[in-house]
Design a protein around this ligand. Structure first.
Ligand SMILES: Nc1ncnc2c1ncn2[C@@H]1O[C@H](COP(=O)(O)OP(=O)(O)OP(=O)(O)O)[C@@H](O)[C@H]1O
Ligand SMILES: [Mg+2]
Length: 602
């Protein structure tokens, strides 16, 4: 098994900084230049605004009383220059940060999609596709706190605060100390509200995810809901979910309100206090008017950084949790991508004493052995749930057997590259998946470089051409969400065309014609006969006509091979096959008045 190498050992959300360091190594390294630039520009922004209060003080104390117009103009120009420079730098910094952030998010999303697509099928069972999609889209967005900006801002804010408080104390020592009466509760309210919101936001996300699932299910299952007249009932369930969601939103965001109002109150109160205290000091001759204005301006240097400091803590914790979730995926063992490649596959298949359980405990296959010579066709029959499709899953290397081996051309497929295995096999199965796109694109899925003529030829073979031509936009008709809905039989014919186009050495038809009317079915069978005669074929047959395509029959019951041989001899043996045949096929035989099973009997 190939392990993803990027995951570290310290993937623990309680140690946010080691997680962020790991993340920086994996995702920020390519952007080192941009990260340094962002950091430098942030420091520059702070440096450019530091002199502003001092210049304000200077203007008031030295130009107003002295009626020095020239000096006023000069200092004002300098102030304006600083303000312009600061905003130009901020503009570039914000733009750069925005790009940096979106690029990093894109990088994470690409890595996640790349990894998830290459995980084994077992990873996907039991996971809702919407859930995976949400994780790819949302986890990547929640890493903001780990970005340079937050980390640099901690340093820059610390510096700003120290400079601010030092200068205030330098101007008037007592005033600086008294300001802590406001700063301490300010910091506490921010911290308290953020902590509450952090804890509640987890409930909020969970409630959102659950409600989305309930709502999307109600729309996806609308046919069933309508047919059973369950609209009101479903509406009740959704309304209940949404009410819960409203309550948790109100509760969470109330702490936001508390924090905004509380801190704004303290800020305003401290301005009033500075005005009162400052003006008194001016009257007693301890301060100049300019100094009062300077202290008022310096207040921003205190509240801003305290605010950011507390927020940075929250963001770091949140992003550490997101990074941890991202690495949960990235460290999943991928499907192997090594193994022997074969240039040409002949198509000899052998199951050697194969036992398999999806969950590792409950055996679905139990000591299954059989083989198929190249070019021969085998029919698998058995009741529903017997394990027929599971055999196909093992042959495609979707799962590995716990016991025994599945062999292709004499090689254990777990030693072969999955590319070799999957390239040589064409499957048309019970569920045809059509992608939202045109019919042409869907058929080309079997061979991306196929010409239009090849696609049409394949469609003719699978009798898809006739109904495609009748559609207003023909092969360019969009299917699915934004286009034409196709019937089950039409989908199967497209899937068959896909397989005809792929033209693999091994064919697997898992009830490939079950949704097709008997006339088209007969035509398709005829088209399949020449293909089957030169290729190894496994037909999982629920219909007599499919059975007719095979040379030999294997009967599976509860994961075991209970009988195998030729149709004729098995019928004579009057065992499980004969029973099944009576049950499943005799009725069809009478109904369809099909010709004698020529191939199978041969
Ligand atoms: N992905 C899966 N995870 C766990 N169990 C599974 C999975 N797929 C199938 N099974 C179980 O394995 C058993 C065999 O299923 P399989 O699909 O092979 O049956 P089948 O013979 O193809 O049946 P049918 O004729 O209905 O298609 C069933 O009991 C089924 O519940
Ligand atoms: Mg099946």
């Amino acid at each position: 098994m190939q392990m993803s190498t990027s995951a570290g050992n310290n993937l623990d959300a309680t140690r946010p900084f080691s997680l962020i360091a790991q993340f920086a190594r994996d995702f920020l390294r390519v952007y080192t230049g941009s990260c340094i630039t962002v950091g430098l520009l942030m420091i520059l922004t702070v440096l450019l605004q530091l002199p502003i209060p001092i210049l304000t003080m200077y203007v008031i104390d030295h130009t107003v009383a002295a009626r020095n117009f020239d000096l006023l103009t000069q200092v004002t120009l300098l102030l304006a220059g600083l303000v312009i420079a600061k905003h130009v730098v901020s503009y570039f910094n914000e733009t750069l940060t925005l790009r940096l952030k979106e690029n990093i998010i894109l990088e994470i999303q690409k890595r996640l999609v790349n990894t998830i697509q290459r995980l084994p099928l077992s990873f996907f069972s039991g996971k809702h596709s919407t859930y995976l999609q949400t994780r790819v889209m949302n986890d990547s967005r929640a890493i903001e706190g780990a970005l340079v900006r937050t980390l640099v801002s901690i340093a820059v804010d610390g510096l700003t605060f120290i400079v601010g408080i030092t200068l205030i104390m330098y101007i008037r020592y007592e005033l600086g100390l008294l300001l802590f009466v406001f700063l301490a509760p300010f910091a506490y309210i921010r911290y308290y509200a953020n902590e509450k919101m952090r804890i509640l936001s987890r409930d909020m996300q969970e409630a959102t995810a659950v409600s989305s699932a309930v709502i999307s299910e109600s729309f996806a299952g609308i046919r069933t809901i309508k047919a059973y007249l369950r609209e009101d009932f479903q509406e009740g369930i959704i309304a209940g979910q949404l009410r819960g969601l409203r309550d948790i939103y109100i509760k969470t965001n109330w702490f936001g309100v508390l924090s905004t109002v509380g801190t704004s109150f303290l800020t305003s109160l401290s301005i009033t206090f500075v005005l009162w205290y400052g003006c008194r000091s001016v009257m007693t001759g301890h301060m100049t008017l300019g100094q009062v204005f300077a202290v008022l301006a310096f207040l921003n240097f205190l509240y801003g950084p305290v605010n950011n400091f507390v927020a940075a803590n929250l963001r770091i914790q949140q992003s550490a949790a997101a990074i941890q979730r991202i690495y949960e995926f990235l460290k999943e063992p991928k499907e192997r991508h090594d193994g022997k490649r074969l240039d040409a596959v002949k198509g000899k298949i052998e199951f050697r004493d194969v036992s398999f359980a999806y969950d590792g405990v409950n055996h679905v296959l139990d000591g299954v052995s059989f083989n198929i010579e190249p070019g021969k066709a085998l029919a698998l029959v058995g009741r529903t749930g017997a394990g027929k499709s599971t055999l196909v899953n093992l042959l495609l290397g979707f799962y590995n057997p716990q016991n025994g081996a599945v062999m292709l051309d004499g090689h254990d497929i777990s030693d072969l590259s999955l590319e070799t295995v999957r390239k040589s096999i064409g499957v048309v199965d019970q569920q045809t998946f059509l992608f939202s796109g045109t019919i042409l694109e869907n058929i080309r899925f079997g061979k991306p470089d196929a010409s239009f003529e090849e696609v049409v030829a394949a469609s003719k073979q699978s009798y898809a051409d006739e109904f495609i031509e009748r559609l207003p936009e023909g092969y360019h008709t969009r299917v699915g969400e934004r286009g034409v809905r196709l019937s089950g039989g039409q989908c199967q014919r497209i899937a068959l065309a896909r397989m005809f186009l792929k033209n693999p050495q091994i064919l697997i038809l898992d009830e490939a014609v079950s949704a097709i009317d008997s006339e088209s079915e007969r035509y398709i069978q005829r088209a399949l006969v020449p293909l089957i005669s030169t290729r190894t074929t496994i037909v999982i047959a629920h219909r007599l006509s499919s059975l007719l395509l095979a040379d030999r029959v294997i009967v599976i019951e509860q994961g075991r091979v209970v009988e195998q041989g030729f149709h004729h001899s098995l019928m004579q043996a009057d065992g499980p096959y004969a029973n099944l045949f009576q049950e499943q096929f005799n009725a069809q035989l009478k109904r369809n008045d099909t010709e004698a099973p020529s191939v199978a009997v041969a």
